[in-house]
Design a protein around this ligand. Structure first.
Ligand code: HEM
Length: 223
């Protein structure tokens, strides 16, 4: 691990692996959350109960996920700092779409917005759930059908819905560059497969955030 993070190429590689893990997490997270549109009697409560109480998910997958999230953000900042140091004089010519897209040059900005979103999101759902389960006396932890109601209630607030939607749009921009970039960083370059990866990445970066936006707006309008 130390070897992987001690050179720029190693860092980019490790960054890409954590990104790929998070890309898979987003598909799973969206799939579970989409179940919430089937209402309180639908399968969302059972799925949330499984995710929240299964020991393999709680004590193996969850710590790996938390590590991947922190690793990805810290490494992103480290790489950004190193890049800035390597070019103390800003490129004169690097000021337009001719060289690179705005999104690819500003992954740190979209990343920072996603980080701010995650802080709110953890406050909204995760910390609450942890105190519910592990701190005695805070809520009725035997209520195993509470999940849908809690989620639905969060999206009653239009300001929260607005912030979530803005964050999901920036997530889409982050993914639009990040998806194909992670494949490049692990050396997956091939005349036949690279266009397929790029096309898949484009659809992924549209459909995943659109799915999250749909959920947030769905719960807001069905209050
Ligand atoms: C409308 C969209 C979303 C909804 C309704 C939603 C809902 C939830 C809920 C209910 C939990 C708590 C799970 C638990 O009980 O532990 C959770 C956790 C989490 N969410 Fe989201 N989420 C959304 C979007 C996102 C996005 C876009 C990201 C990433 C960029 C994200 C990242 C996370 C993470 C990292 C956790 C902690 C996972 C864990 O360890 O349990 N979520 N979310």
């Amino acid at each position: 691990m130390a070897g992987l993070t001690s050179s720029t190429i190693g860092r980019k590689y490790a960054m890409a692996l954590s990104a790929m893990f998070l890309l898979i997490f987003l598909i799973m997270h969206l799939s579970v959350n989409l179940l919430s549109v089937f209402g309180e009697e639908g399968p969302f409560n059972a799925a949330s109960y499984f995710m929240g109480y299964n020991p393999a998910v709680q004590f193996l997958m969850q710590p790996i996920l938390i590590f991947a999230v922190f690793f990805h953000f810290i490494m992103g900042f480290v790489l950004e700092m190193k890049n800035a140091k390597a070019r103390p004089v800003k490129y004169n010519v690097n000021n337009g779409a001719a060289n690179s897209s705005w999104v690819s040059r500003n992954m740190i900005i979209s990343g920072a917005v996603i980080l701010a979103f995650l802080a709110l999101h953890m406050y909204d759902f995760w910390f609450h759930e942890m105190t519910y389960k592990y701190v005695p006396g805070d809520g009725d932890s035997t209520d195993l059908v509470r999940f849908w109601g809690e989620l639905h209630e969060k999206f009653a607030n239009p300001i929260r819905v607005g912030f979530y939607v803005v964050a999901f749009v920036l997530l889409g921009l982050h993914l639009a560059h990040g998806f194909q970039s992670s494949f490049q960083s692990v050396g997956a370059r091939h005349p036949k497969y690279t266009p397929v990866i790029k096309a898949f990445g484009k659809w992924y970066s549209i459909l995943i955030p659109a799915g999250f936006i749909f959920i947030a707006i769905f719960h807001y309008v069905t209050q």
